[in-house]
Design a protein around this ligand. Structure first.
Ligand code: CS2
Length: 460
C-alpha cells in the first residue's frame, strides 16, 4: 500500500506529520526542478511555515526532464516522507506542502496557469548548475533554453502582466555564485529575444534575490525505500533522506509576500555573497575534491573518502589553507570552526552519500568551487591542483562521463599531454577559461599528481 492522504492513518506512531489541511491552502509557489533537494529544503521550510499557522504556501512542482518524480508523488497526493539521519538516529516526518508535480513536456498549459494565478507569489528553482542553459562564455544558450524552463516561465509571466497582476519573486536555489543575478540576466536575454513585451515588465515587477542553500541530500537507494517501508508499513516512492543540518540564506529582496521563513531558521540578509562564497569554495570545493580523488582510490561514499588519512589531510588543507584565505567571511562566521563542522558532516556514515553523485557535471561545478579560489589565492594550492589532476583522469577514464560537456572534455584530453589538456580546458579560450591562468609550475604540479593518481588508479 502506498503512502497517500487516504492511508495516512495507517502510519505507526512516532512518524510526525503535518496538522494543517493542505487542501485548504492555495499554491503560493511554483517550483522548477523538484528533485530530492527541493523536497528536503524548500518544501520542508514551507511545511514548517504552514504548520506554524501561515496559509497559502503550497508548492506546485515542475519536473523538467522526465515524469519519474510525478509518477512517484502524484499517486501519493503529493505526500512524501522526509527522514533526517544522524549516526544511528533517524526521524521521519510526512511533508504536506506539495500539491502536485507537473511535467514540462506534457503540462505546459497548467504550469503557465499556476504561475499566472493571483495566489502565486514566488517561482523558485533548483534546476542544477547546468539547468540555467549557459553557453561557455556565460551567455544564454538559446537553443537549450527553448527546451528548458524559460518558455514556460515567460508564458506564465506574460499572462500575469496581461492580467494586471503583480510580479513574483524569482528565487534561484542552485549552487551558483550570485544565482539571483545570473537568473535575472539569463531570463532577461530570453525575454528580450523571445517575448519582448515582458522584457521590461519582468525587471520592473519581479525580483531575483540571491540565495545560499545548504543541505546534503544523497539520492535514495532502493534499499533505503525498502527499509523505510518496513518501518512505515506503507510504500513511499517519493521518500527523501537527508542530514539534520539545513541552512538557507536569502537576500532580502522579495517582490511580494513570502512565508516567515526566518521563524524556522532561514537567514534573511542584505548580502548573501559572503555565505555563498564560503560554502561554494569550502564545502563544495572539498566535496568535489573528495569525489574525484576518492573514486580513484576506490571509495564509494563521502564518509569513506574523508576517513582516508591522505584525502582527509588534503581536503582539510583545501578548505583551511587554500580556500579560507580567499573568503571574506560573513560576520560571526569563524572559517576554522566552519571547516570543522563540514568535516563532521562529511564523516557521518548514516548519509551514504555517493561520490559519483558529486562527481557528475564537473564542468558546471569546478569554476566556482576551485577556479575562483585559484584565481585569487595567495597561497600554493596543491590540494586543488591535485583535484584537477584527478578530474582529468576522471574525464579520460573508461567510464561513462556524466557531464553536459562530456564530448568536448573527452576530446580535450584524449591522446594529449597534460600541458595540452590543461591549456584546452583551463587556458585562454579553453572550455573553462577563467580568471585563473595556469602557470608553468601549476602544469608541472598537475602532471606529477596525474602520474601518481593514475598509478594508484591502476592498482585498483
Ligand atoms: C554536492 C552538493 O553534488 C554535489 O555537487 O557538492 O550537492 C552538496 O551536497 C550540497 O551543495 C550541500 O548543500
Amino acid at each position: 500500500m502506498r503512502l497517500s492522504p487516504d492511508t495516512l492513518g495507517e502510519l505507526p506512531e512516532g512518524i510526525a506529520r503535518y496538522s494543517y489541511d493542505p487542501d485548504a491552502q492555495a499554491v503560493g509557489i511554483v517550483h522548477f526542478g523538484l528533485g530530492a533537494f527541493a523536497r528536503a529544503h524548500l518544501a520542508a521550510y514551507c511545511d514548517a511555515a504552514m504548520e506554524a499557522g501561515e496559509g497559502g504556501w503550497m508548492i506546485s512542482g515542475v519536473s523538467l526532464r522526465s515524469d519519474a518524480v510525478a509518477q512517484q508523488l502524484n499517486p501519493q497526493g503529493g505526500l512524501y516522507t522526509l527522514t533526517q539521519r544522524s549516526g544511528d538516529e533517524a526521524t521521519t516526518r510526512v511533508v504536506g506542502s506539495l500539491r502536485e508535480v507537473l511535467v514540462a513536456g506534457s503540462d505546459a498549459e497548467k504550469i503557465a496557469e499556476r504561475i499566472a494565478a493571483p495566489e502565486c507569489r514566488i517561482v523558485s528553482f533548483t534546476v542544477t548548475e547546468k539547468g540555467y542553459c549557459r553557453a561557455s562564455d556565460g551567455s544564454l544558450d538559446l537553443d537549450q533554453a527553448d527546451r528548458s524552463f524559460y518558455p514556460l516561465l515567460a508564458e506564465g509571466l506574460r499572462r500575469r502582466r496581461t492580467a494586471g497582476l503583480p510580479g513574483v519573486t524569482l528565487l534561484s536555489c542552485d549552487n551558483l555564485p550570485g544565482n539571483g543575478g545570473v537568473l535575472a540576466r539569463l531570463l532577461g536575454s530570453y525575454t528580450h529575444l523571445r517575448t519582448r513585451h515582458v522584457s521590461m515588465w519582468v525587471p520592473d515587477e519581479c525580483s531575483f534575490p540571491s540565495t545560499m542553500v545548504d543541505r546534503i541530500v544523497p539520492a535514495a537507494s532502493t534499499a533505503d525505500l525498502d527499509a523505510l517501508e518496513q518501518r512505515l508499513g506503507l510504500r513511499d516512492e517519493g521518500a527523501v533522506f537527508t542530514e539534520r543540518f539545513s541552512q538557507w540564506v536569502i537576500e532580502d529582496r522579495f517582490a511580494g509576500p513570502r512565508p516567515r521563513w526566518e521563524d524556522h531558521g532561514v537567514q534573511i540578509v542584505s548580502d548573501v555573497a559572503p555565505y555563498e562564497t564560503a560554502k561554494l569554495r569550502m564545502l563544495n570545493g572539498a566535496h568535489s575534491f573528495l569525489a574525484y580523488c576518492g573514486l580513484l582510490r576506490g571509495h564509494e561514499f563521502v564518509h569513506q573518502a574523508i576517513a582516508d588519512p591522505e584525502l582527509r589531510l588534503a581536503a582539510d588543507r583545501l578548505m583551511r589553507a587554500e580556500a579560507a584565505g580567499t573568503i571574506d567571511p560573513p560576520s560571526g562566521l569563524d572559517l576554522s570552526a566552519y571547516a570543522d563542522a563540514l568535516v563532521a558532516r562529511f564523516e557521518d556514515p548514516a548519509l551514504n552519500h555517493r561520490l559519483v553523485q558529486i562527481a557528475m557535471d564537473g564542468s558546471q561545478k569546478i569554476p566556482q568551487r576551485w577556479l575562483a579560489t585559484l584565481a585569487v589565492s595567495q597561497a600554493q594550492c596543491p590540494a586543488i591542483l591535485t583535484g584537477i589532476a584527478a578530474w582529468l583522469l576522471h574525464i579520460s577514464g573508461g567510464k561513462l562521463l556524466n557531464d553536459p560537456m562530456a564530448e568536448k572534455l573527452r576530446s580535450a584530453v584524449d591522446n594529449k599531454s597534460i600541458a595540452e589538456q590543461v591549456a584546452a580546458i583551463f587556458g585562454r579560450g579553453g572550455l573553462l577559461a577563467s580568471a585563473w591562468e595556469p602557470a608553468a609550475e601549476h602544469i608541472a604540479f598537475i602532471d606529477r599528481a596525474h602520474g601518481e593518481l593514475g598509478r594508484m588508479g591502476e592498482g585498483q
